[in-house]
Write a protein that binds this ligand. Structure first.
Ligand SMILES: [Zn+2]
Length: 189
């Protein structure tokens, strides 16, 4: 690995799950199952899983997804603050990883002198998809946890995943918020 570029050790399905989990955590208000399903559109949730999500009455679906979102929010807060989650959460995630995800297609690749197993997955639901995303972040072989950040700008607090492969770590959710915060600090001087 060269000094100036950091390889992002992620398979497409892993990156998609992380992006979907971040979008779900940042959703300001859950209004329907369709809205949540749309955030996970790139994540392999089989047809029957998507159907069962959207066939629930809206009130029940919203309540269930709000519980999921609260859980994910807590995990992300813990990762952004301390780089990991509490042991009880770790156990919950391990259980879901072992039971609610199916490897559907695995094959070997040998690219850029890296030997790897590529795989595709099928998740049993949104909870297993975001639990998988969190497990990828927490995997100590990859050290990705410090790429999950929380925007420090007052009134923002959005989570983000830094995909940068060079330069310093992203500190704000976007360049605009970095600028606003810099200007506020400047004015206070
Ligand atoms: Zn922000």
């Amino acid at each position: 690995m060269s000094k100036k570029s950091r390889h992002l050790p992620l398979q497409p399905v892993e990156l998609e799950a992380i992006h979907a989990a971040v979008a779900f955590a940042n959703l300001p208000r859950i209004e329907s199952a369709e809205q949540v399903e749309a955030l996970f559109v790139a994540v392999p949730l089989p047809r029957d899983v998507r159907d069962s999500m959207t066939h629930l009455p809206t009130v029940e679906a919203v309540a269930a997804f709000e519980r999921d979102q609260t859980e994910l929010h807590q995990w992300f807060e813990q990762i952004a603050q301390r780089g990991s989650v509490r042991p009880a959460a770790m156990a919950d995630i391990a259980k879901l990883i072992g039971t609610a995800i199916k490897v559907t297609n695995a094959h070997m690749t040998f690219e850029h002198s890296r030997l790897a197993v590529r795989y595709e997955l099928a998740f049993r639901g949104v909870q297993s998809a975001y639990s998988f995303a969190v497990a990828v972040l927490l995997d100590t072989q990859r050290t990705l946890a410090d790429r999950l950040g929380k925007c420090p700008l007052r009134d923002c607090g959005q989570f983000f995943f830094d995909v940068g492969t060079h330069g310093p770590r992203q500190k704000y959710c976007c360049a605009q918020h970095a600028n606003i915060d810099r200007q506020r600090k400047f004015r206070r001087k």
